[in-house]
Ligand binder design. Structure first.
Ligand SMILES: Cc1cc2nc3c(=O)[nH]c(=O)nc-3n(C[C@H](O)[C@H](O)[C@H](O)COP(=O)(O)OP(=O)(O)OC[C@H]3O[C@@H](n4cnc5c(N)ncnc54)[C@H](O)[C@@H]3O)c2cc1C
Length: 435
């Protein structure tokens, strides 16, 4: 790893990798990841990725996204995302990504709150298929340096201009790296929650730094709880049972074996119904009944989910599976404009770290991979079109590397800041709504 790059990208999920691949090949790019390069939520995505099928579905797709987001979405961003979807899927295919097809035509599936089948998928490992291909292409590029086990611990900035970042390796050794542009692609914040489908190390570090350096945030209390994760008594990351399982017909049952809600409502509504049912029943979970789905469909469309449920002692072909809601996705984040620019110069944010307003209050299923990709490409295009960048008089003068000696305390402090901000925003919103 050198001490200076044209572009520094923090995060090796779909947003970070696609941004790197969309930048001109004459840019020297560094991509860092806090943990292994494939330890990111992008690899975990199961259900799929939305695409506008044709013009006849535009209004319905737009309306579904807005309705799921309680009409708090930024309309301009929703329009950009939907209109760019075919172009992004075309790019992904050119990078070698394969989606389910029949007779050479895409097969589309459906998830909760979608009025039409418009989701492309690769079995139940769509995220792995997309992200592993992007990673493979990034490894082939001479202009991209990939650095795992490297944690961003601070930004190097002055007078609201970002000049680079401070990173730490696994031994806690810190280094300042200069970049004309820094792109935050650090994912969500599930790591600060005890029960989450996210990797534990993805814990909102960029949000804490944004608070610290007065960069605008938006909707920090808009945290999505996924209705159906596999219930176990073991700790660790919660295993998601994709919404497309319900989209294909699985139903929720209470302690008495009765259906108690419409499974295809938006996620926040279904999660609330499950919590209420658990309270009524005095249980720690409800049941998911796969039996309405044909056996062949379970085995071919959901092989990974089938295997994980069986490993936990529940064969979905024979028995109901216990499920419980868990933290899943972050709709808020670092405020960005239509080109993914934050309120600090030379600093962009893409993917789950950013808030471009696409999701409003609640994300529509399978919109986040697409949103991450669309706005990562826009960031890359904006960076490529920028002809000059501010340079510090003396980069070294802006950093006091000794200030990062006690890294564990610093990271703990960041986590506390994130948790505090979510709570503060929740309280403020409750008070506003009560008036
Ligand atoms: C189980 C699961 C299933 C999902 N299913 C779907 C689906 O079917 N369809 C869909 O559209 N979406 C789905 N999602 C959501 C979607 O996967 C994510 O929103 C999306 O992949 C986020 O991509 P990203 O690039 O922003 O972040 P991530 O893929 O989470 O990557 C974050 C990166 O940032 C790095 N990082 C974080 N902090 C630091 C730091 N301080 N220093 C250095 N590096 C750092 C991490 O190491 C990682 O490399 C799912 C999510 C989960 C968890």
């Amino acid at each position: 790893m050198d001490k200076k790059y044209d572009v520094i990208i923090v995060g090796s999920g779909v947003a970070g990798l696609y941004c790197a691949l969309s930048l001109p090949r004459d840019k020297r790019i560094l991509v860092i990841s806090k943990w292994a390069l494939d330890s990111c939520d992008s690899f975990l995505a199961q259900g799929g990725i939305c695409m506008l099928r044709d013009e006849s579905d535009y209004d319905a797709y737009f309306e579904d996204t807005m309705r799921a987001g309680h009409y708090e979405n930024r309309k301009e961003s929703v329009e950009i995302m939907i209109r760019s979807s075919q172009d992004v899927i075309h790019d992904l295919e050119s990078f070698g990504v394969e989606f389910e097809k029949k007779d050479g035509q895409f097969v589309f599936t459906r998830e909760g709150a979608h009025s039409n089948n418009r989701i492309l998928f690769h079995a139940d490992v769509t995220g792995k298929e997309i992200t592993s291909k992007l990673l493979a292409r990034a490894k082939e590029r001479d202009n991209i340096t990939l650095k795992p086990y490297t944690t961003m611990v601070d930004w190097v900035c002055r007078d609201n201009v970002c000049y680079g970042i401070v990173v730490a390796d696994l031994d806690g050794k810190t280094t300042a790296i200069q970049g004309d542009v820094t792109v935050l692609a650090c994912g969500g914040l599930g790591g600060v929650y005890p029960h989450s489908t996210n990797f534990r190390h993805i814990s909102g570090d960029a949000l804490a730094l944004a608070m610290y350096h007065n960069v605008k945030l938006q909707n920090c209390d808009y945290v999505q709880i996924h209705p159906t994760t596999l219930f176990t008594n073991q700790g660790g990351r919660s295993f998601l049972i994709s919404e497309s399982v319900r989209g294909e017909g699985a139903v929720l049952r209470n302690k008495a074996g009765e259906r108690f809600t419409d499974e295809l409502q938006p996620r926040d509504v279904v999660s609330r119904a499950i919590y209420e049912q658990m309270e009524k029943d005095g249980t720690e979970h409800v049941w998911l009944d796969f039996s309405p789905i044909p056996k062949e469909e379970i085995l071919s469309h959901f092989p990974n989910i089938y295997k994980r449920c069986k490993e936990a002692g529940y064969d979905p072909l024979k028995t109901w599976v216990p499920v419980v809601p868990a933290q899943h996705y972050f709709m808020g984040g670092i405020y960005v404009d239509r080109d993914s620019k934050t309120t600090m110069e030379q600093l962009y944010a893409v993917g789950e770290t950013s808030c471009n307003g696409v999701h409003g209050r609640n994300r529509l299923a399978s919109n986040s991979l697409l949103e991450s990709l669309v706005f990562a490409k826009r960031a890359a295009r904006d960076i490529a079109n920028t002809t000059s960048f501010k340079q510090p008089i003396d980069f070294g003068d802006l950093v006091n590397i000794d200030a990062y000696e006690d890294l564990p305390s610093i990271m703990e402090y960041y986590h506390a800041m994130v948790v505090g901000e979510i709570k503060k925003e929740e309280n403020l919103r409750r008070r506003k709504e009560a008036i």
